[in-house]
Design a protein around this ligand. Structure first.
Ligand code: ADP
Length: 766
């Protein structure tokens, strides 16, 4: 319904528009004939076509009917011949032809213009202005004039010989009409669209702006209008040669008020000029009226072209300035955005810098805490080992004593075991702390696999014998003689797994298998290849519940009922697993409660292919029991002058006692300086050097000995210290010491070192 009524309104409005256009066309035509026609009935300017072109350019071809009707009405009174029916019909046909010509001209002119300027404003660009003048102003009237004059000639109103002159008059008056009136109407239409169309009411700001414009420009515009009217009257009624002053007035109008006022002034000027000239007065009037009209029409064309061109140039310039301003304001916006982003960035940078400072501080604090922790651990280890050295030293002496009954020997064994347990605990705690601080490092060296495994099975065999369980081992025959690994840490892992197997097995067996798979990517050129060694430790012990298989690798985790019955720290597997990971592998476990457990470790190692006698079948017999062996004749076999550098009195006593049991009498120096003094007095074969001592420590004393004493006067220096980190051992060797023993000192290791001082090895049965 709504659509229908809207369509009806539209149709109604279209009919109203057509009627108005027809009326305007007819009205202006009549006005022109009466006001602006020469006595010979020639109208130099034909405004109706100006209105028709404007209407079609603004409202489209739907207005063509208005042009047709208007043109028919405008001409019917002039050409209607009611003499008889024939003449009446002929004159009607003639007028209809003229009307059709006018309509066609207007349609072709506006259609071509709209196409070439693609529907944009015909007055806003210089190129558009020329297209408007060419197509709408010049071409369209040609069609109009040609068809119109042709019809007049056909109807007999004009004789054919007059065709060209009538055509010219017709065409020029049409051109003038369109050039004067169409731009003015288009300009006023633009003005309306820009300021009032689609605006219900002006905003207060717009209203204020309008008031300012009216207040400022209105008097000037009226003044200009009065000046233009005055000059026009003086020129076109009084024949004063002032018409050229109208040009600057039009320029003034364009510059100050734009196209609306300028085109309006053109209409004012041309109206006065035409009315004066057709009356035979004014500047353009000469004897020949045709020349008068030609001068008038040329003047009109000149002022129109100049004004419209100037207006177009100005509006192009204004558009360019507007674009520039728009770009500038966008640029300003962008730079403000950039500024904001920059300040945001600055803020973020500041925050980041602050966070960085805080992080650096936190890192420093953490590093300091870590250092403190490491120092604390190494001090604690040192301080615990010093008394342990005394305890275990004395215990070793007592174990060798003959005048003790069985109970006393058992008690001594208990002290020995507890001391050793304490020692293991200290070592485990140091290891786990080192691993967690990321300070544990692997020292990869060549390891002779045979002696490495022999050492392991000797230890485990003793433990297995003590528990009366079978210890079975199998080594695949293709094991490489030499492998490259951290022997100390691999031994630690395997000893832990094997000791656990024995510890948690009460009957049955423990089996140790080492299997080798030669790698497919073995290097054939060098003597080295990669070997995959599988270590497998299987027992028939108490087993582990499936849900506890993961927990056993966590520090201090001990599982099962046996945890309170069997000695242990709960650190062994945690350390072993982490060491295995450092070696690029992992310990895996399978277990069944009450049936047994199997631990596996698979390592990819570099192996040497150097062939040698296969050593692995040699270990069938049970090795000897691990009791300290004091060779009381050692001093006779290996006579040595020994200096003991030790500040702790208890440890002095223990070391002296052990040495005495071996047949040596050692001199004592309680610090490094005393060592130097003693060496100054006499030669010593061996110095047993503590590291931490007052006045001068062992490292400094050693450095002095190595650098200041002649080689033949230098003793063999054996570090005997409770500083047991790998870095401590390396520091001792770096200072120039020849050997290293950690406290608590084991007698057999001490004896070995003494033998080494004479560049020889201990005999097998020492
Ligand atoms: P510890 O042996 O000092 O207690 P570990 O870290 O070496 O510490 O072992 C952790 C726990 O794992 C042990 O307490 C024990 O409960 C379990 N476990 C380790 N090995 C075995 C095994 N072969 N058979 C049964 N339980 C085992």
């Amino acid at each position: 319904m709504l659509v229908l009524s809207q369509q009806r309104i539209k149709s109604f409005l279209r009919i109203v528009g057509i009627v108005i256009l027809a009326s305007v066309y007819y009205g202006t035509a009549e006005l022109s004939r009466h006001v602006a026609a020469t006595p010979q009935s020639v109208t130099p300017v034909w405004p109706p076509d100006g209105f028709a072109s404007a209407a079609i350019l603004i409202f489209g071809s739907q207005m063509l009917a208005g042009v047709l009707i208007g043109s028919f009405l405008a001409n019917i009174w002039a050409f209607f011949n009611p003499e008889n029916i024939y003449t009446a019909l002929t004159s009607c046909a003639e007028v209809l032809g003229i009307a059709i010509g006018t309509t066609m001209g207007a349609w072709v002119g506006s259609y071509l213009l709209k196409r070439t300027i693609k529907g944009r404003n015909p007055l806003s660009k210089l190129s558009h202005v020329y297209r408007f003048l060419g197509l709408t102003g010049v071409l369209a009237p040609m069609i109009n004039a040609t068809i119109g004059v042709f019809c007049l000639c056909l109807g007999g109103s004009v004789i054919w010989s007059k065709f060209p002159s009538v055509w010219l008059t017709w065409w020029i008056s049409n051109v003038a009409g369109i050039c004067i009136f169409t731009p003015m109407l288009l300009s006023w239409h633009d003005f309306y669209i820009q300021n009032f169309h689609n605006k219900k009411s002006l905003s207060s700001q717009e209203w204020q702006d309008l008031q300012v414009i009216i207040r400022q420009k209105f008097p000037e515009a009226i003044t200009l209008l009065l000046i233009v009217i005055s000059i026009s009257i003086l020129a076109f009624y009084q024949s004063l040669n002032l018409e050229y002053i109208l040009l600057p007035c039009l320029l003034w109008s364009v510059v100050r008020f734009g196209k609306v006022w300028a085109t309006t002034l053109i209409v004012v000027i041309t109206s006065i000029a035409v009315s004066g000239t057709v009356k035979g007065i004014g500047i353009f009037t000469v004897v020949n009226p045709s020349y008068s009209l030609a001068s008038l029409q040329i003047f009109i064309i000149v002022i129109v072209v100049t004004t419209l061109s100037l207006n177009a140039v100005l509006s192009e310039k204004q558009q360019a300035i507007a674009n520039l301003l728009h770009s500038r304001s966008r640029l300003v916006e962008k730079s403000i955005q950039l500024e904001n982003s920059k300040s945001d960035l600055d803020k973020t940078t500041l925050i980041l810098e602050q966070q960085n400072i805080a992080l650096t501080e936190a890192k420093k604090v953490a590093e300091a805490a870590n250092r403190t922790k490491s120092e604390f651990l190494s001090n604690m280890s040192h301080e615990l080992r010093t008394p342990l050295n005394a305890i275990l030293g004395i215990v070793q002496l007592l174990q060798d004593s003959t005048n003790m009954d069985i109970q006393e020997k058992r008690d001594i064994q208990t002290i020995h075991d507890s001391g050793n347990h304490l020692l293991n605990l200290i070592e485990d705690i140091l290891d786990i702390s080192k691993i967690e601080a990321g300070k544990m490092e692997l020292y990869i060296k060549e390891v002779t696999l045979a002696s490495f495994l022999r050492n392991l099975i000797e230890i485990i065999q003793i433990q297995a014998n003590q528990k009366n369980i079978d210890f079975i081992y199998y080594f695949s025959p293709n094991l490489p003689p030499l492998i490259r690994t951290d022997g100390k840490r691999l031994r630690q892992i395997l000893l832990n797994l094997l000791s656990n197997a024995v510890k948690f097995t009460n009957k049955g067996h423990v089996t140790f298998r080492v299997l080798s798979h030669q790698s497919a990517i073995a290097e054939t050129v060098s003597d080295k290849s990669t070997v995959n060694l599988d270590f497998e430790i299987e027992d028939s012990g108490i087993g582990i519940a499936t849900e506890q298989l993961e927990a056993i690798f966590l520090p201090f985790e001990r599982v099962g009922e046996s945890k309170f019955q069997v000695q242990g720290t709960g650190l062994g597997l945690a350390i072993s697993q982490r060491l295995a990971k450092m070696m690029g592998s992992e310990i895996t476990v399978t277990s069944e409660k009450g049936v047994g457990t199997t631990f596996r470790l698979s390592l990819m190692l570099e192996a040497s292919r150097l062939s040698g006698t296969h050593p692995f079948n040699a270990y069938k017999s049970s090795p000897s029991v691990d009791l300290p062996v004091f060779d009381e004749n050692l001093a006779q076999k290996l006579p040595l002058k020994i200096l003991l550098a030790e500040d702790n009195i208890v440890n002095q006593k223990v070391a002296c006692k052990i040495l005495r049991r071996l047949g040596y009498t050692a001199d004592i120096a309680e610090n490094g300086l005393k060592v130097l003094e003693a060496l100054d007095r006499q030669f010593y074969d061996v110095v047993l050097m503590d590291v931490q001592m007052p006045v001068m420590d062992g490292l400094e004393a050693t450095r002095y000995i190595v650098t200041q004493l002649e080689p033949q006067k230098r003793p063999y220096i054996i570090a005997m210290t409770a500083n047991v980190m790998e870095s401590d051992r390396l520091a001792c060797l770096a200072s120039g010491m020849n050997d290293y023993l950690s406290k608590p000192v084991k007698v057999d290791l001490l004896i070995n070192a003494l033998w080494r001082s004479q560049h020889t090895v201990a005999p097998e049965n020492f």
